[in-house]
Design a protein around this ligand. Structure first.
Ligand code: 1HE
Length: 258
């Protein structure tokens, strides 16, 4: 795998570490970096079972590179937003679950990127904002779809209307992140979780990435059928049968209190 100067990709056993690497620009997402994210997730080796997405420097990501926000006509604006959608779809519906390690600014398009990941781990320095409102623009990287699913449309509306910034503690309560850890520990925790995720049966991870979000959007009667089909496929895998046998014969770990 090649790393461009704006993104570093490291393969460590069965996990990939993808790091935004424009720290002097707070990892602002230039078009080049958005395309590099798309390419990185498209081209992960088949041996990779989970990925961590992190940012170099003091911030996860400052959002859209505002220096590239030039006069665009409506058509160019449409295609620019669709380019972001295509790239972030590679994160959400790519080959493996992605754990985001968040710290510092997770703002604008940076929050849209984090929302495309499957698990978000924030440290105490993290803050979340959608400054699009004050910049006179709107979200365009899938945030209007993904962010309300994390925190609800009312909170997102408030953030964009009033410029409200959530700190790490309030952000975790609101639903931005599933984990909150002390400052400086998000990356280590994300790697630990990725290693755990990589041990799951691949079909289980596939079901969680590809079936669950679709089921959540379906009317209940259709969702129940999709769930049943996915459950039948997952449990038919030889690996699933072996895992169940291992538990019944005392070879697999019990569920223990967290
Ligand atoms: C940038 C960007 C950027 C920093 N585009 N260059 N996003 C925003 O509106 C957030 C704008 N950024 C900030 O509010 C702050 O930079 C931070 C809170 C993220 C970090 O503050 P700080 O004090 O650590 O850094 P800084 O001094 O503000 O920035 C360092 C450099 O990065 C500086 O450039 P320099 O050449 O003067 O050194 C900044 O100009 C540059 N920089 N953020 C371009 N975003 C698909 S649509 C999505 C729409 C959006 O994302 S809108 C929200 C955009």
């Amino acid at each position: 795998m090649t790393s461009s100067k704006d993104i570093q990709i490291e393969i460590d056993g069965d996990i990939a570490i993808v790091r935004l690497n424009r720290p002097t620009k707070r990892n602002a997402l230039s078009d080049g970096l958005v395309l590099a994210i798309r390419d990185a997730f498209q081209a992960l080796p088949s041996t990779v079972r989970a990925a961590v997405l992190a940012g170099a420097g003091d911030h996860f990501c400052a959002g859209l590179d505002l220096s590239e926000l030039k006069e665009r006509d409506a058509g160019a604006g449409l295609h620019h937003s669709r380019m972001w959608h295509a790239a972030l779809e590679e994160v959400q519906y790519g080959p493996v679950p992605v754990i985001a390690a968040l710290h510092g600014a997770v703002v604008g398009g940076g929050l849209e990127l984090a929302a495309a990941c499957h698990v978000r781990v924030a440290d105490d320095s993290t803050f979340y904002a959608l400054p699009e409102g004050s910049r006179g623009i709107f979200v365009g990287g899938g945030g209007a779809v993904r962010i309300p699913r994390l925190i609800g449309a009312a909170r997102m509306t408030d953030m964009m209307l009033t410029g409200r910034v959530y700190n790490a503690v309030d952000g975790e309560r609101a639903g931005f992140a599933q984990y909150l850890v002390p400052q400086g520990q998000a990356f280590t925790k994300a790697v630990e979780l990725a290693r755990r995720v990589a041990q799951n049966a691949p079909l289980t991870n596939y079901a969680l990435m590809h079936a669950l979000p679709r089921i959540a959007e379906q009317p209940a009667d259709q969702g129940f059928l999709t769930e049943a089909l996915m459950a039948a496929i997952a449990q038919s895998a030889p690996e699933a049968k072996q895992r169940v046998r291992d538990f019944l014969e005392g070879r697999a770990a019990k569920v223990s209190k967290g």
